[in-house]
Design a protein around this ligand. Structure first.
Ligand SMILES: [Zn+2]
Length: 283
């Protein structure tokens, strides 16, 4: 029996997607910087890499982008290496930023909301608690503000006034098969996103879990607003995996791409999960 061509095997459902994991930046650091109170573990310090990603859920009907990376300006100011601009990376996979339908912002740190202004009329979505925190006076304290760019927070507030930023409480159905879920911990409104694919449901954990090791060994990240909340995230992720989530995608782990299907379009810089008809570039 001969197999049908790949395009016919691929799903054309409205509610499943190809998920793209795209690496756009990197930096060299140390384990002591990545893990909160690292000395408590009694382990030697060592060099470590932190990669920067954003994510795309795409099918024939729509494109949803999850986080927008850091801006070139923030990268220079902070000594981060931008490997490719997120908007250029999108173009490489056949997506024009202005054609994106919705952008979920998992939290308001500089490496997740830079470039949010480059997405035309796309609806921006973020947890209300996150927005309210960054507008509060305590967010001006150095240990919080260090992770943000004031002009980017101002741009979000302006987007809110123009009706482009939609705030949600708890969770929101972004589109059929895509849900954002507020978990807190790392930041007050830190959110994760689940995406249905024909290879199972994907959990884009973003910065609830910078590295797989942080989840697997319950070793929280150094930057945190609510430590108990961060531990609770690990338990929530574990129960989501027990309840049928098939793929766990960490926020900053250099091993992430090796866990999924490598992309031919952006070799070494992207991987995919799931197959839809749009996974095969048509034009
Ligand atoms: Zn981050």
């Amino acid at each position: 029996m001969s197999m049908p061509p790949a395009e016919e095997l691929a799903s054309d459902r409205d509610d499943d997607y190809t998920v793209w994991i795209i690496k756009y930046g990197t930096r060299q650091t140390t384990r002591r910087e990545l893990f909160l109170n690292y000395d408590l573990y009694g382990e030697p310090d060592a060099p470590a890499t932190m990669d920067y990603f954003f994510w795309v859920a795409r099918n024939r009907h729509r494109t949803v982008v999850i986080d927008t990376g850091f801006s070139e300006r923030a990268a220079i100011a902070r000594g981060r290496s931008m490997i490719q601009h997120p908007v250029d990376a999108l173009a490489s996979i056949g997506v024009e930023a202005r054609d994106v339908d919705a952008v979920v912002l998992t939290h308001a740190h500089y490496d997740h909301i830079g470039n949010a202004g480059l997405f035309g009329d796309a609806t921006l979505l973020m947890a209300r608690r996150e927005m309210e925190f960054w507008a509060s006076s305590v967010a001006q304290k150095r240990l919080f503000a260090a992770y943000t760019e004031q002009d980017e927070l101002d741009a979000l507030a302006a987007a809110r006034r123009r009706g482009r930023l939609e705030l949600f409480d708890g969770s929101i159905d972004v589109a059929p098969g895509i849900e954002a879920l507020e978990l807190g911990g790392h930041t007050p409104g830190m959110s994760v996103v689940t995406v249905r694919t024909n290879a199972g449901t994907v959990l884009l954990a973003s910065d609830t879990m910078h590295l797989y090791e942080q989840y697997e060994r319950e070793m929280p990240f150094s930057g945190v607003t609510d430590l108990a909340g961060m531990y609770l995230c690990y338990a929530t992720i574990r129960s989501m995996l027990d309840q049928g989530v098939s793929h766990l995608v960490a926020g900053h782990d250099p091993i992430t791409l090796s866990r999924f299907t490598p992309s031919n379009v952006l070799p070494g810089l992207a991987a995919t999960i799931g197959t839809t008809t749009t996974a095969v570039p048509a034009d």
